[in-house]
Design a binder for this molecule. Structure first.
Ligand code: LRH
Ligand code: MN
Ligand code: MN
Length: 424
């Protein structure tokens, strides 16, 4: 199914006067908002192909119904999201969950929705059918060079597919590690991983980046070979200028100060991108901003400050992606909520009074520092984000429109009730 322009217009029209009233109030408070709206309009968040179905737990999955059955249907789902919010203009593929059969047709379909291909994700954390060697004891870190070679070749194949699609980056997340003390020689595992990554790096085109994603635990529960940002940064530094660290918000030990990590990675020019989600306990992959919206804002606060200091383009210079999925919400509604939360946190970070904050920091005026940050965080910027959407042709209230058009029922009619999208 495809959303028509008139459907969005007739949804927006009755809400316009209330919207402009709220926007005018904000403009009175903030002054000229044009630049803010421009930045919000340019900011696009990639949707991972594996978030379009229910999932995120190894104990069971309960289909939302009408889940995409193939890559084309996944692209159509993201097209729907993008038509609703105009901020989801990219897709991130996971190989081999989404092997394109006809690359040209897939490219055309994505382009027809205004979508580009964001980072490609390799997968050496599961064994695939007809695979010669098992990843039970790791992939790039493996003791056996034949297993490492197979995993390296898979990554190179993912780069090759990405080149055809017009992607510009590869994200490598490894489940490699150990479950019990003594199982692994840590230095050997690191060295093997580094050697394997070097081979992958050598196959990377000049205008590509490789993102090394870290994660503290799971599926290995004693050690993880790329377990934290320090280990990821070591790999990235040893690999070279095309290698960066990728921060997945759910991949830290509880209470980690992610905003500080972000700030230092930016300083080192080694922050590559993000996987947004939220969590209460571990890698819960819940909707971005659903548990700790203040943390999300503080992270964006560091991002905006760090990127501005380095003259970086907010929209272009880092990879922005959602990595969330679970069982209980409609996956498309859930993604609309994640994108909205990310846009809001970004907008709030944009209005922080940086000069005042710097002065307050120099004067050690701790109370003032908090006031400045929380003033921004507590300003309701939803009308500003909505205005950016409106100007780009999106819906004022995407979730409401999704519901009133009964999009899920239509997808169920088209695809069936018991479809299950590939993914975790
Ligand atoms: C690992 C991870 C990684 C994978 C995705 C499915 O927990 O965050 O990014 O590619 O989940
Ligand atoms: Mn991730
Ligand atoms: Mn994860």
């Amino acid at each position: 199914m495809q959303l028509e322009k008139y459907q969005i217009q007739s949804h927006n029209e009755p809400q316009l006067s209330a919207h402009y009233r709220k926007l005018a109030y904000l403009e009175e408070e903030l002054g000229d908002t044009e630049q803010l709206i421009e930045k919000l309009t340019a900011f696009q968040i990639a949707i991972p192909s594996w978030a379009l179905g229910t999932g995120g737990t190894r104990f069971g999955r309960f289909s939302a119904g009408g889940e995409p059955r193939n890559l084309e249907e996944k692209i159509n789902d993201i097209g729907l999201l993008h038509a609703l919010n105009r901020s989801s203009g990219a897709i991130s593929l996971h190989i081999p969950w989404d092997i394109p059969q006809d690359t040209l047709a897939v490219k055309e379909l994505a382009a027809s929705h205004g979508l580009r291909f964001d980072a490609m994700n390799s997968n050496t954390f599961q064994d695939q059918q007809n695979q010669e060697f098992s990843y039970k004891f790791g992939s790039l870190q493996h003791e056996d060079p034949k297993v490492r070679k197979q995993a390296v070749e898979h990554n190179i194949e993912v780069i090759r597919q990405g080149i055809e699609l017009g992607s510009k980056s590869l994200t490598v997340w490894l489940a490699d590690g150990s479950c019990f003390p003594g199982q692994l020689n840590f230095r050997k595992a690191f060295q093997h991983t580094l050697d394997s990554l070097k081979e992958i790096y050598a196959a990377l085109p000049d205008d590509w980046k490789i993102f090394i994603e870290y994660k503290a635990f799971e599926p290995n529960f004693y050690s993880t070979t790329v377990g934290d940002w320090g280990q990821s940064l070591l790999f990235a530094n040893k690999l070279g200028p095309k290698a960066y660290t990728l921060v997945d918000l759910g991949h830290h030990l509880p209470n980690a100060n992610i905003e500080q990590i972000v700030s230092l990675l930016l300083m080192e020019e080694k922050l590559g991108g993000f996987h947004f989600n939220d969590s209460k306990y571990g890698d819960d992959d819940l909707t971005a901003g659903s548990i700790k919206p203040y943390q999300l804002f503080l992270i964006f606060n560091e991002l905006v400050e760090g990127m501005d200091t380095r003259g970086m383009d907010h929209a272009e210079d880092l990879g922005w992606m959602i990595d969330a999925s679970h069982n209980v919400k409609d996956p498309l509604e859930d993604l609309l909520q994640s994108v909205e939360a990310i846009m809001l946190a970004y907008a709030q970070a944009l209005i922080v009074d940086r000069a005042a904050l710097q002065t307050a920091q120099i004067e050690n005026d701790v109370v003032r520092c908090q006031e400045i940050l929380q003033n921004a965080f507590r300003t309701d910027l939803r009308p500003l984000v909505a205005e950016a959407r409106l100007r780009s042709g999106g819906a004022l209230a995407p979730v409401e429109l999704f519901r009133s058009l009964q999009i899920r029922s239509q997808l169920i009619q088209e695809r069936g009730l018991f479809t299950m999208a590939t993914g975790l």
